[in-house]
Design a binder for this molecule. Structure first.
Ligand code: NAP
Length: 258
């Protein structure tokens, strides 16, 4: 039987115009949710809403920059006005930034990565939490990365932002655990999305890693990561709070194959 456990629920997905966010938006819609798909990329959003309509699902596309507080405030106000509730927020939009050693990293670029990946999660949760709690709670899932646990060379801004997402998630989870609002992070490993294609082009070491250092010997399909986001947002994970779920084909096991 088809599971429709998100029927009557409103789910916000950021970065929904591509990759993991698009697959998550489709998966939530397939489980019955009304999806608010937010992204900077209007063309990407159009394709996501088309795919959801093809499934017979419901979606509202909103163009917004997640690092810009007035735009995030406007996005949440729109959700409140149109639907009167928010049940799940998947704060997923992100960028990798350039690959440079710390001593060569342009400071403006560092600031931009922190703004898009970390500040966005802070301002997102700041405006989502009151609306989520108004109807009794729900769930927030924030996309971190295996770079929240590791130190990939050349990716100081990215790793710092994702370590920050982990910490922020734990604090927000602590503050909301008694209020019916579960907050967790998701740490994907190498996932075959346009972001990875772009990062591979400028950092060949990253590509070598995919074929050698991942025990599964392959990258993830975006749908495999999306499935974990849906699980963290669902009742199936009702006692999971403040955790970071690593979905990485074994990349961070850290041992050796016999
Ligand atoms: P993706 O395919 O590039 O999708 C990200 C989407 O977010 C794009 O549509 C992008 O628009 C949008 N976006 C970028 N900046 C934004 C902003 N300021 N406001 C709103 N939307 C914005 O990337 P993905 O691989 O699915 O990554 C999704 C998340 O997973 C990110 O947080 C990433 O760090 C994380 N992650 C990915 C991997 C991986 O291997 N792919 C691994 C670990 C973690 P544009 O196309 O216009 O930039």
């Amino acid at each position: 039987m088809e599971l429709k456990d998100f029927d009557n629920k409103v789910v916000l997905v950021t970065g929904a115009g591509s990759g993991i966010g698009r697959e998550a938006a489709r998966a939530f819609a397939g489980r019955g949710a009304t999806v608010v798909a937010a992204d900077l990329n209007q063309g990407g959003l159009d394709e996501t809403t088309r795919l959801i309509a093809e499934l017979g699902g419901r979606a509202l596309a909103v163009t917004a920059d997640v690092s810009d507080e007035p735009q995030v405030r406007g996005l949440i106000a729109r959700v409140q006005k149109d639907f009167g509730r928010l049940d799940v927020a998947f704060n997923n939009a992100g960028i990798t930034g350039q690959a440079h050693r710390v001593e060569d990293y342009p400071t403006d670029d560092f600031d931009r990565v922190i703004a898009v990946n970390l500040r966005s999660v802070f301002i997102g949760m700041k405006h989502q939490i009151p609306l989520l709690r108004r109807t009794g709670g729900g769930a927030i899932v924030n996309t971190a990365s295996v770079a929240a646990l590791t130190g990939p060379g050349g990716m100081s801004a990215y790793a710092a932002s994702k370590h920050g997402v982990h910490g922020l998630t734990r604090v927000a989870a602590m503050e909301n655990a008694a209020h019916g609002l579960r907050i967790n992070a998701l740490a994907p490993g190498w996932t075959e999305t346009p972001m990875v294609a772009a990062a591979s082009a400028q950092n060949p070491g990253f590509t070598r890693l995919a074929t050698s250092a991942i025990p599964a010997k392959r990258g993830a399909r975006p749908a495999e990561i999306a499935a974990a986001a849906v699980w963290l947002a669902s009742e199936a994970s009702s006692y999971v709070m403040g955790q970071m779920l690593v979905v990485d084909g074994g990349m961070t096991i850290g041992g050796f194959e016999l």
